[in-house]
Write a protein that binds this ligand. Structure first.
Ligand SMILES: NC(=O)C1=CN([C@@H]2O[C@H](COP(=O)(O)OP(=O)(O)OC[C@H]3O[C@@H](n4cnc5c(N)ncnc54)[C@H](OP(=O)(O)O)[C@@H]3O)[C@@H](O)[C@H]2O)C=CC1
Ligand SMILES: CC(=O)N[C@@H](CCC(=O)OP(=O)(O)O)C(=O)O
Length: 345
């Protein structure tokens, strides 16, 4: 496949290049950047030298769509909508790493992302790209709205218990922690070393724009309205998301039952690793890989099920999952180019 990456120099763009430059079926054909136009990507990121030495072109998105089979967009949503239209007209494929195509209801998107864009949203035949839940739809889709990083960690962790209705309440408490690369490469005061190092800080408490995405998908899984209380935290690490989720459990369910239920739910999913009772995930245990680890515990005094999931935000939380989706869209094995072990230590 000829691949174009629009917004190639950001954190998710460079991660796409890292994966795709070693992918046997992909040929990186167009890379865009606003700030680094006309430079070699391997001059901007010397670590790519010998692997990807392409020139960064500007924002000739029409050309990108014309010469590529599949486009990955990491651009702001206004631009991605324009690219979406070009992709549809040209009969090509688009995988968007941003939020533009994740929502069923466009008004929800506009409200939470503060957007005034007016488009015919229903004309974009898109699928929510959480691969394990939408695999068959992804295979036949033209546009994939790749999920947000926090939603990936949360929805994968909750899907088995909501689908099987073993939790009794519909208000679920989620505490997530993210590494700083989750915020992208644009310099911001709050992401300076001296603000993040040796510091852990909550942000956008109960207001984060991933709340509607999480609720949309959990409500579909449970077939009723699910609400979440979501608190994200920035922690002093580069990559990784750890989500700890609390929900009330039906009585009489043991930890072994929960383990069996998760094993069964994800029995055909290469990238989901269910940990045996007593073992818990950590961000390092998935760093640099496309795996999601899920573990759990039951607090018997309160009958609370505590689910813990870990992903690498740039891999399963973004570019890894995007390539997983690309593989499916082109009839390739899902783990092609992604079958790597975490980095140690
Ligand atoms: N970081 C993460 O862990 C995750 C990110 N996402 C989402 O993916 C998307 C990309 O994230 P990330 O890679 O971290 O972001 P970055 O800020 O690191 O990169 C953004 C990229 O978009 C390009 N860009 C930005 N504005 C414009 C513009 N007006 N015209 C042309 N190009 C532009 C930049 O180009 P240049 O600077 O070269 O001009 C850069 O290559 C976002 O929507 C983000 O929310 C989703 C999941 C996880
Ligand atoms: C650590 C950090 O700042 N993370 C980002 C992740 C959001 C993101 O990726 O959001 P969209 O894909 O929906 O744009 C944040 O909380 O805004």
């Amino acid at each position: 496949m000829k691949v174009g990456i629009l917004g190639a120099t950001g954190y998710t763009g460079i991660e796409l290049i890292r994966i795709l430059s070693k992918h046997a079926n992909a040929k990186i054909t167009y890379l865009s950047s606003k700030h680094f136009e006309s430079q070699l990507i391997s001059e901007v990121y010397p670590g790519l030298s010998g692997f990807c030495d392409k020139i960064l072109e500007g924002d000739d998105f029409k050309k990108a769509v014309a010469i590529c089979d599949v486009i990955f967009s990491t651009l702001p949503h206004e631009l991605t909508f324009e690219v979406g239209k070009m992709v549809i007209d040209a009969g090509k494929k688009l995988i968007d790493l941003g939020p533009a195509f994740r929502f069923d209801d466009f008004n929800f998107f506009k409200k939470w992302y503060g957007s005034n864009v007016e488009i015919e949203y229903d004309k974009y035949h898109k699928v929510y790209g959480l691969t394990e839940l939408y695999r068959e739809k992804v295979k036949n889709s033209q546009i994939v709205g790749n999920p947000g990083c926090y939603p990936t960690s949360v929805i994968l962790a909750l899907a088995p218990v909501l689908k099987n209705r073993v939790v009794v309440d519909k208000n679920i408490i989620i505490d997530s922690k993210s590494g700083v690369s989750g915020a992208g490469h644009e310099p911001k005061f709050s992401n300076l070393y001296s603000e993040c190092n040796e510091n852990t800080k909550p942000y956008k408490v109960a207001k984060h724009r991933h709340i509607p995405e999480i609720e949309q998908e959990l409500s579909k899984i449970m077939e009723q309205d699910v609400k979440v209380v979501f608190t994200p935290h920035l922690v002093p690490m580069t990559r990784g998301i750890l989500s700890t989720i609390y929900c009330n459990l039906e009585s009489d369910i043991t930890l072994e039952d929960v383990y069996d239920l998760y094993q069964e739910f994800y029995k055909n999913d290469y990238f989901i690793k269910i940990l045996k009772p007593g073992k818990y995930p950590s961000t390092k245990s998935v760093a640099g890989s496309n795996f999601c680890q899920i573990g759990f515990e039951i607090d018997e005094r309160t009958n609370t099920l505590i689910i813990i999931s870990a992903i690498d935000n740039l891999m399963k939380g973004a570019s890894g999952q995007a390539v997983q989706n690309m593989n499916l869209m082109f009839g390739l094995p899902e783990n092609k180019g992604l079958d790597v072990i975490r980095i140690f230590p």
